[in-house]
Each structure stands twice: as structure tokens, then as C-alpha cells.
Design a protein around this ligand. Structure first.
Ligand SMILES: [Zn+2]
Length: 143
């Protein structure tokens, strides 16, 4: 736990989030600055700054969940594709220094970006989180 880390604050419920999915080792919630509707972040429950600090096991758990979340957004939102991104260090575009992975639904013809400066609408984020969460928990482990 790092006190000034927003993801640690979310994990300890000192800050709210639009939750999608949770395992013993990971939590998935919506990016509040979505570059596309359904833009998810998968974070490790332990605080690691980046790939250079995180354990291979922690990274594996995020990777494991990323398959579930990718299927979830593709199926629920009928996305043409899904971008899965993981950034390490400011030079690589990392903006929150707690290990996380972006899962972003993509549609043909849309501009590709990883970060947005525009916050999502709270009501839309809440509805989206409910849809994706229901879909994620309805999927079988092997899907
Ligand atoms: Zn943290």
C-alpha cells in the first residue's frame, strides 16, 4: 500500500471506482478517463510501481484476467478488436505508478489512443460497469 497512490486508495476503498471484476490478486475497474466506452484497467492488489518491481506471479495473474476481460468487452460491446496495453515509466506513457494493464475495446476506423483527458460521464460509467461486470462473472473460466 502506497498512501498517495490512487489505485491503492481504490483497493482499500478510500476512493471509489466503477468495479467490473475482482479476484484474490487483481481488481478490474473502468478508467474514468476512457478512450473508448468500456475501457478497463486491471491492477495488482499489491502495490508495485511497474513491471520492474512486480513479481512474475503478480504479472501472470493480471495476464490471466486480461483474457477474461478482453472476451468480456468484445462480447458485451461487440467490439471489432481489443487493445491490451501495459506501460512502464513516464517515458513509456505510464501515468499512474501502480502496475496495471489497459483493456480497450476498439472499432474499425476509430483513432487509437491510450489516454484521454476527458472524464467519462458518471451515469454512463456506472451503467457500463454493471454491464461488463455481469458479463464477466457469467463467463466460464475457459472462455
Ligand atoms: Zn498503489
Amino acid at each position: 500500500m502506497s498512501e498517495d497512490c490512487i489505485f491503492c486508495q481504490i483497493l482499500s476503498e478510500q476512493a471509489s471506482c466503477y468495479a467490473v471484476h475482482e479476484t484474490r490478486y487483481t481488481k478490474t475497474f473502468l478508467d474514468i478517463f476512457p478512450v473508448a466506452p468500456g475501457h478497463c484497467l486491471i491492477v495488482t492488489k499489491d502495490h508495485y510501481q511497474d513491471i520492474f518491481e512486480a513479481t512474475p506471479d503478480a504479472i501472470s495473474m493480471v495476464g490471466h484476467v486480461s483474457t477474461l476481460i478482453a472476451h468480456t468487452v468484445k462480447d458485451e460491446l461487440q467490439a471489432d478488436g481489443v487493445g491490451v496495453y501495459q506501460l512502464n515509466g513516464a517515458a513509456a506513457g505510464q501515468t499512474v505508478f501502480h502496475y496495471h494493464m489497459h483493456v480497450i475495446p476498439r472499432n474499425t476506423g476509430e483513432e487509437i489512443s491510450i489516454h484521454s483527458r476527458l472524464p467519462g460521464d458518471p451515469a454512463e460509467l456506472e451503467a457500463m460497469a454493471a454491464r461488463l461486470s455481469a458479463r464477466a462473472y457469467s463467463m466460464r473460466e475457459d472462455e
